[in-house]
Design a protein around this ligand. Structure first.
Ligand code: CMC
Length: 433
């Protein structure tokens, strides 16, 4: 970041002397006002619940222009990456800052592939969970549990440990997600197979069984790989900020990523894909197309508590570029699988059509987000609804770990410690009740 010629001046109406605040510019996007000395000089805090106007760090990984509907990973537009790269290219890019050449890609693939197995003991760890446990509950536990199995790579001051942990997390996440699925349906775990692609291997671990051969369907493989690419990183969203805050205490990477998984689970964040599909299924069960108008009236009624899941975004005030790519993938996958008439896809298209014309949504700049179509694609390729958010977590792991690593390498990094506006009782003497 560089110091801007502009300076901000904070003045007070009560006679407190005004204060000059430095302004910094990034490479693109809004400038920031540096308020780090504010409390020291004035005894005041800033108040910004939900971080509506607060940049909590500097980062060079992902850039979003919410008004334009633009998303860049390391400067490359998502639209170009989605059609020219596979998920391993994207992981390399996000972790290392640029796309790999042929040799670098081979080496990276090899590193990830060699770490896909999990410690056999983790199979016993799984047995403590109920069979009907939600996969995100299982995943939160398993990812946190990795630190108990791989404590040879938890020294956060050692760059080699940090690298191995990053590779381990990216490599083992598909194995853990597939294990969580197999456990709930009572099937044996399928070990990873090194001659398959990252995504092909995941599909095999999910859907193969020991009794017959499994052949990866390239259409399904490509669609899932696209889902992984579109979810790989997204700037300082809630789960990434959670990973940073958790990691800022110096905890190990597995613990920090487990915190990210837990945060992602919520329906306002990664849990929206599951909630969105449940919403579509409910509309369908209650009368389908004929009930779309009625449902939209409920969404617009603030007292109903009903939201159009998969719509709206804190940053995008235009079409989420990931949603556009996801809609296109959805069309391609449904056509390739002979599911062109999928009723839920038709419902989703109709909801979108109404929303894009309705003043309620137009005035609030509410557009489809990445979760609106991803559930339909995942359902079409056989992934159960309860596993959608776990797929998101799998894909976002690279972003989380890259952001965590970036934070640890930042000389300005400090433990995260927000302050508050206290509104409770002032000091009072103890009285027995
Ligand atoms: N349906 C109906 N109204 C909505 C919706 C929606 N999906 N989203 C926002 N609004 C309204 C909201 O009621 C408010 O109206 P008003 O100004 O009259 O009070 C206005 O739009 C602004 O909403 P907000 O909740 O203050 O905005 P936010 O930036 O705090 O929340 C959001 C962003 C994503 C949590 C929210 O849009 C939402 O709950 N969407 C549905 C859940 C969803 O799809 N989440 C996935 C987000 S993208 C992927 C990810 O991050 O994991």
């Amino acid at each position: 970041m560089k110091l801007s010629d502009t300076k901000a001046t904070l003045s007070f109406s009560n006679g407190t002397p005004s204060m000059e605040l430095p302004v910094y510019s990034g490479s693109i996007g809004p400038d920031v006002i540096d308020i780090r000395k504010l409390y020291g000089q004035t005894g005041l805090f800033t108040y910004d619940p939900g971080f509506m106007s607060t940049a909590a760090c500097q980062s060079s990984i992902t850039y979003i222009d919410g008004d334009k509907g633009e998303l860049l990973y390391r400067g490359y537009p998502i639209e170009q990456l989605a059609v020219n790269c596979d998920f391993m290219d994207i992981c390399y890019l996000i972790l290392n800052g640029d796309l790999p050449d042929g040799e670098q890609k081979k080496d990276f693939d090899n590193q990830v592939t060699r770490h896909t197995m999990v410690n056999e003991q983790m199979h016993f760890f799984m047995r403590g969970f109920r069979r009907d446990a939600h996969p995100m509950a299982v995943l939160t536990g398993l990812v946190g549990g990795l630190s108990a199995f791989y404590h040879d790579s938890t020294d956060i001051t050692n760059p080699t440990h940090r690298h191995i942990s990053a590779i381990r997390l990216i490599a083992k996440m598909p194995t853990l997600v597939a294990m969580a699925y197999k456990y709930t349906i009572g099937q044996p775990y399928i070990y990873p197979q090194n001659n398959l692609s990252y995504t092909g291997n995941f599909l095999r671990m999910m859907f193969a069984n020991p009794c017959e051969d499994y052949v990866v369907n390239p259409v399904v493989e490509r669609a899932l790989d696209r889902i992984f690419i579109l979810h790989a990183d997204h700037e300082q969203n809630a789960s990434t900020s959670t990973v940073r805050l958790c990691g800022s205490s110096g905890t190990n990477p597995f613990a920090a990523i487990a915190a990210g998984v837990a945060c992602l689970w919520g329906p306002a964040h990664g849990g929206a894909n599951e909630a969105c599909l449940n919403m579509l299924e409910e509309i369908q069960a209650n009368g389908g197309m004929a009930k779309v108008g009625e449902f939209m009236e409920q969404v617009k009624d603030k007292n109903s508590g009903v939201r159009l899941m998969g719509f709206g975004h804190r940053v995008y005030k235009n079409y989420d570029p990931r949603a556009k790519l996801m809609q296109q993938t959805c069309k391609e996958v449904l056509a390739a699988l002979g599911l062109e008439n999928d009723p839920l896809f038709k419902l989703a298209m109709e909801l979108e059509r109404i929303a894009l014309e309705d003043p309620f949504f137009v005035e609030r700049k509410l557009y489809p987000n990445v979760d609106f179509y991803s559930g339909i694609v995942q359902r079409a390729i056989g992934i159960p609804t309860a596993l959608f958010t776990a797929i998101f977590a799998l894909a976002r792991t690279v972003g989380w770990i890259a952001q965590w690593n970036e934070m640890l390498s930042d000389p300005e990094y400090k433990i995260g410690r927000p302050r508050q506006l206290y509104s409770g009782e002032s000091a009072r003497a103890y009285k027995k009740k």
